[in-house]
Design a binder for this molecule. Sequence first.
Ligand SMILES: Nc1ncnc2c1ncn2[C@@H]1O[C@H](COP(=O)(O)OP(=O)(O)OP(=O)(O)O)[C@@H](O)[C@H]1O
Length: 254
Amino acid sequence: MALLVVENLTKRFGGLLAVNSVSFGVETAEILSVIGPNGAGKTTLFNMLTGIYAPTTGSASLAGRPLVGAKPHQIVAAGLARTFQNIRLFGSMSALENVMVGRHSRTKGGFWTALLPGKAGVAEEKQIAQRASEELDFVGLGHCAAQTASCLCYGDQRRLEVARALATDPQLVLLDEPAAGMNPQETRSLIALIRRIQKRGITVVLIEHDMNLVMNLSDRVVVMNFGQKIADGAPAQVRSDPQVIAAYLGSGAA
Ligand SMILES: Nc1ncnc2c1ncn2[C@@H]1O[C@H](COP(=O)(O)OP(=O)(O)OP(=O)(O)O)[C@@H](O)[C@H]1O
């Protein structure tokens, strides 16, 4: 069975069917991109997978564990982490502290570990800082550990969000427009970073508008339009699909 299984997932906002009976599977260590014109329902799909929206109907599971009905922190505990389209960091905290917040979701004392008295609390906090520091190194931000998150450049803030997601020990990470606002050099290094995440055995599902990145990086591409899945296949296959071409030309996005 696929690691992530999405079955007939549907979200209705009043009269609008934002996501209309979408089904697909994602295999372990696969890189899958979800693409589609603005308003196609991509972010709503991610929001249903991460417990932000309850689906109107449909189901989703990760490694056999149901995601629908679970709270966001339970979903992180099940092994699913995400980054956001609009960066959501703790701006006044250091880069290291931001990643430590992600790691706290995996520890005994949770976020309050730092306040626990005694040796156990101190030892656990040290381990958390050590692991957070390793994730910062992994995304290439080791030298920025002490810097305030809001002072990092835009591309580095996006990488910091990735480090925080990785610190939760995910089986699968959802990246919502990771290349948004990046220059070509930052995008190239992002592509290399996502490949290294895959090499760790972590599955990556991303929403992205940068077609160069999508076509270079993805093992498979799911295309959405007006809430529906209109294509699902290898990048080359999807690129030449007449329905996909029509969706993009119709929206003026291609
Ligand atoms: N909370 C909400 N209430 C009402 N409508 C919503 C809500 N969230 C999203 N929508 C609508 O659902 C549709 C799908 O939106 P969504 O943000 O999922 O699209 P998207 O494919 O992620 O677009 P983009 O690429 O622009 O981010 C849009 O028509 C949007 O206006």
